[in-house]
Structure formats: structure tokens, C-alpha cells
Ligand binder design. Structure first.
Ligand code: FA5
Length: 319
């Protein structure tokens, strides 16, 4: 009997089966229980011996059953854990990640380039007064940029800045020369076509020191162009006109087989120095204003500037 039961117990492979075995031997109508009942039918002198044997078998079975129960519980636990186990070494499910906007990337790239050349980044207000935006920059009342047809005015003296050049004025009023700053920011004009936006991004540059010449300007711009567009990039200065620089240039970059205008620049006009209290006999400098969208267009071959503000996910994902 003990052998049979031991065999059954050891081959039981789940808790339900083990319970059936317990009932079969130790339950109310179980084999052992019935044997104990039979005790009464035996002759008196045989009862103690028989009783002792049955007891021993019952204890042994109880011991085996509880050992097996522990074993099976442990096994079930392991199986349960195995089912919900996470393999941390598997590659994760890929999620769509956001990334920086193409203009932010270009801006940071340019900032790094100029910082490496010793320029400092400063910022200024988008809402300007006409004195900082025009007068101090030697831009007289009659200049077309001042026309209400070309700019966004809040009132007669307040407007959305039309370029980042007022930062030149704000910086020079605050600091003593020599200085080298760049200033990125949004600017606003009444313009709208495939190469002009009403709100676009410029980066102003201003360098003031003793004996600054056009060669310093050209070198700085060439260095910038080489770093943004690659070693083969060439820079061309074309004579132009800005009220706040003399001489003035429009600057083209040779890239992908053609010349493209990306910025205005020039030597700071002596009148501008006078307006901020710098002595034009002592100080000289150059300034430039880059169009960031234009640089991105040249670099990535973007044809329509309006793509920058359409927020079309297909465009955004491309860059
Ligand atoms: C200016 O705004 C001058 N303040 C630049 C300057 C600074 C000259 C310092 C001298 C010294 P301009 O209007 O050309 O210049 O604009 C400069 C650049 O901004 C252009 O070369 C072009 O790249 C970009 N730009 C001009 N208008 C728009 C527009 N509507 N949309 C997008 N980019 C524009």
C-alpha cells in the first residue's frame, strides 16, 4: 500500500491530482481511514500492533503529500513567473520621437560656429521702437523700409522689428568696444511669396575693434560658409546699399552649382557709431544679417520657403 501511494504521489504533476490522492488515502472514505475503522473488528491483542502500523503509514503519507505539495507549489510559481517574464535584452518597440526643427538646428549650428570664432550670443525684443529699428541705424524717414506698406506697426513709434539690426544699437549702447556678438531672432515684414515670409529668422553679427577691414568681414563669412556648406563653398560679395553700413554688400554663396544670396553685410557706418557714442575715428567694425531660412534652403535644396511654416509632418520628418 505504501509503495502504491508513494508511486502515485511522486508521479502527480499538479496540485489537483495530489488532492485526489490525499482524498483517496486520507479522506473520510479513504483507504487509511477505512483501515482505522476496521481496527475494531480485529481481535483485541492484534489491535495495538495493527494500529501502530497504520499510523506509521498515515504519517509517512502525510509527510510525502506535504513534501510533494511544496514541490508542486514551487513549480507552479516558477511557471507563473516564466509566463510573465520580460526579456530585458529584447529590442524595445520603436516609438516615433520628435526632433528639433530644421531652423533650430541651423541656428544652433551657426551659433556654435560663431562662438568658436569668439562671438557672444545676445538677444533683443521683437517689438521695437522706430528709433532702434531705423533712426539709430541711419535709416531716414524717407527710406522705403519705414513705409507702413512694408512693416507691421502698433503705433507711429512701435513696430515688429523688420530685422535684427536694432540689436547692434542695443549692444553698443550697453557695452564698450571691442566686441563681437551674434543675435538670432524672428523678424517681420509685409512679404509673402516662395522666397519671402512675413515672419522669418535672421542672425545679426557685429564686430567692433580697431582697424577692422572688409577682409575681416570676408574671412568671417567664408569661415561660416565652409563650416555650414562644406570646404568647397565659395563666398561672393556684391556691392549693395544699406543705410547703416558703408560700403555695403549682398553676399552670395556658391553651392550645388549656383550662387544664392543669403545675407546682407557691410562696414559699420560712422553715423551709426556716432549715434551710440562710439568715436568713429577710433573704432571700426563690420556687421551682417543672415537669413536662416535661406541658408537652410541652400543647404537642403528646399524650393519653397513657405514649407518652413506649413507644419506638414512629411516636410518636418525629412529634416
Ligand atoms: C537686412 O535685413 C539687413 N539688416 C542686413 C544687414 C545687417 C546688412 C547688418 C548690413 C549689416 P536684407 O533685407 O537684405 O538685409 O535681409 C537680410 C537677409 O534676410 C536676406 O539676405 C535674406 O536671406 C533674408 N530675407 C530678407 N527678407 C526675407 C523674407 N521676407 N523672408 C525670408 N528671408 C528674408
Amino acid at each position: 500500500l505504501l509503495d502504491d501511494a508513494t508511486g502515485e504521489i511522486s508521479s502527480a504533476n499538479d496540485i489537483a491530482i495530489l488532492n485526489q490522492i490525499r482524498v483517496k488515502y486520507l479522506g473520510k472514505k479513504g483507504v487509511i481511514t477505512l483501515m482505522m475503522k476496521k481496527l475494531k473488528e480485529l481481535p483485541k491483542e492484534e489491535r495495538p500492533k495493527f494500529g501502530a502500523v497504520v499510523n506509521e503509514v498515515r504519517n509517512k503519507l502525510e509527510e510525502l503529500l506535504s513534501e510533494k505539495l511544496e514541490e508542486l507549489k514551487q513549480k507552479e510559481k516558477v511557471e507563473r513567473y516564466e509566463k510573465i517574464r520580460v526579456d530585458v535584452s529584447l529590442p524595445g518597440a520603436k516609438r516615433d520621437k520628435g526632433h528639433l526643427h530644421i531652423l533650430t538646428k541651423i541656428q544652433r549650428e551657426l551659433e556654435d560656429i560663431f562662438i568658436s570664432m569668439g562671438f557672444e550670443v545676445v538677444e533683443g525684443p521683437e517689438v521695437e521702437d522706430t528709433w532702434h529699428n531705423f533712426d539709430a541705424l541711419n535709416t531716414p524717414e524717407w527710406h522705403p523700409a519705414r513705409d507702413t506698406q512694408d512693416s507691421f506697426y502698433f503705433d507711429e513709434n512701435t513696430l515688429l522689428r523688420t530685422h535684427t539690426s536694432p540689436i547692434q544699437i542695443r549692444t553698443m549702447l550697453e557695452k564698450k568696444p571691442p566686441l563681437a556678438i551674434i543675435s538670432p531672432g524672428r523678424v517681420f515684414r509685409r512679404d509673402y511669396d516662395s522666397t519671402h515670409l512675413p515672419m522669418f529668422t535672421q542672425m545679426e553679427g557685429l564686430y567692433v575693434d580697431k582697424d577692422v577691414t572688409v577682409r575681416h568681414l570676408k574671412y568671417t563669412l567664408e569661415e561660416m560658409a565652409r563650416k555650414i556648406f562644406g570646404e568647397s563653398a565659395k563666398v561672393r560679395l556684391k556691392p549693395s546699399y544699406f543705410p547703416f553700413t558703408e560700403p555695403s554688400y549682398e553676399v552670395d554663396v556658391w553651392f550645388n552649382g549656383s550662387w544664392l544670396e543669403i545675407l546682407g553685410a557691410g562696414m559699420v557706418d560712422p553715423n551709426v557709431f556716432k549715434n551710440v557714442g562710439y568715436d568713429p575715428e577710433e573704432w571700426s567694425g563690420f556687421a551682417f544679417g543672415l537669413g536662416l531660412e535661406r541658408i537652410a534652403m541652400v543647404k537642403y535644396g528646399i524650393r519653397d520657403i513657405r514649407d518652413f511654416v506649413r507644419n506638414d509632418v512629411r516636410f518636418l520628418e525629412n529634416y
